[in-house]
Design a protein around this ligand. Structure first.
Ligand code: BTN
Length: 327
């Protein structure tokens, strides 16, 4: 490792505490001037570093540069995040993850980008991914459970991500079935899971779980239509959550939730967070939009709806929205 990398490692491990220039110089085995030069070089790469004469250096709390090292210092996982690949720009982290998963990338590999040119949303939509404003990440998983259980990966992920955001921001996060995360009635995060079946078609070879979070405000990047329904964590909470810490917390929580998925431990949490339940909704059933009443979430995280003729249906996928009262 060169001076710059060792410095970044040391500052990352200090996790926001100052370390004096003299101590850094001694630890790295270079002069204080070389430390200062390496600090400047990290700043040119986009890292924010606080330098205070009597205290030394630390990674600034506002640092918005995504970094493998800064994510790894907050990881408590066994395998999630052991392998992290970060791009400044990419077409879609899901596409890249599928590419490397099909050539053997291991369980828990994470692909992150600062911006996506063609971020993908559900149902063929695109996912607007403005530079530096969101957390756009994909986790590769190689589940050893059956297909029925695997179909709950997305809903378990929605719970895990909601939990992680809530922990760091101290603010309520809701879920709109299937997998949209909401704050104050507006969307802050979407999840797109894509799976590849094994040869026997009985189990999943791998799945890529794409998570897109609007972290910071970026009014100009969204269309007027999107602005009415989408928001960011910063806009709702006033809090600029650190993307490296958020990514690590998501990986910590996601690994835990997926490891227990067969016990369906997360279902009550999912039910408590879900916002369609108990409301009149519009749902897409076999290509038709129908009005229905959302009765709740069943044990396989299907949405249970009652149609106007009294028929009960368990929806496993698709789109459903709260019916808006037109005044
Ligand atoms: C949705 O809201 O419809 C799902 C959005 C999923 C977006 C994420 S961002 C990271 C990953 N890469 C993609 O291209 N899409 C997912």
């Amino acid at each position: 490792m060169n001076v710059k990398e060792t410095l970044l490692d040391t500052l990352a491990e200090a996790d926001g505490k100052y370390i004096s220039g003299a101590m850094l110089a001694e630890k790295i085995g270079v002069s204080r001037n070389a430390v200062w030069k390496a600090v400047k070089s990290l700043e040119t790469e986009g890292y924010s570093i606080d330098a205070v004469t009597s205290k030394g250096y630390r990674i600034s709390a506002e640092n918005n540069r995504l970094s493998e090292k800064l994510i790894k210092v907050s990881l408590k996982t066994k395998s999630f995040g052991n392998n992290i690949i970060i791009f400044d720009e990419i077409d879609s982290t899901n596409n890249y993850a599928k590419e490397i998963a099909s050539s053997g990338a291991c369980n828990g590999t994470v692909v992150i980008a600062d911006t996506q040119i063609s971020g993908k949303g559900r149902l063929g939509r695109n996912f607007v991914s403005p530079l530096g404003k969101g957390l756009y990440m994909t986790v590769i998983v190689r589940p050893d459970f059956d297909i029925q259980t695997a179909s709950m990966i997305t809903t378990a992920t929605a719970c895990a991500v909601a939990n992680a955001i809530e922990k760091l921001c101290n603010y309520d996060v809701n879920i709109k079935w299937v997998n949209d995360l909401y704050m104050n009635g507006k969307k802050i995060c979407g999840i797109l899971t894509e799976a590849s079946l094994g040869m026997e078609m009985k189990a999943i070879d791998y799945a890529v779980i794409g998570i897109g979070i609007n972290v910071y405000s970026s009014e100009g990047s969204f269309s007027r239509e999107l602005r009415a329904s989408a928001t960011s964590i910063e806009k709702e909470t006033g809090f600029k959550v650190n993307r490296n810490k958020l990514c690590a917390e998501i990986l910590n929580t996601l690994e835990e939730y997926l490891s227990e998925i067969e016990t369906r431990n997360f279902i009550n949490e999912y039910r408590n967070r879900e916002i369609l339940t108990g409301n009149t909704i519009t749902a897409n059933i076999n290509g038709n939009t129908v009005i229905a009443f959302a009765e709740g979430i069943d044990d396989n995280t299907n949405l249970v709806v009652k149609l106007p003729d009294g028929t009960i249906r368990h929806l496993s996928s698709g789109e459903a929205n709260l019916c808006r009262v037109v005044k």
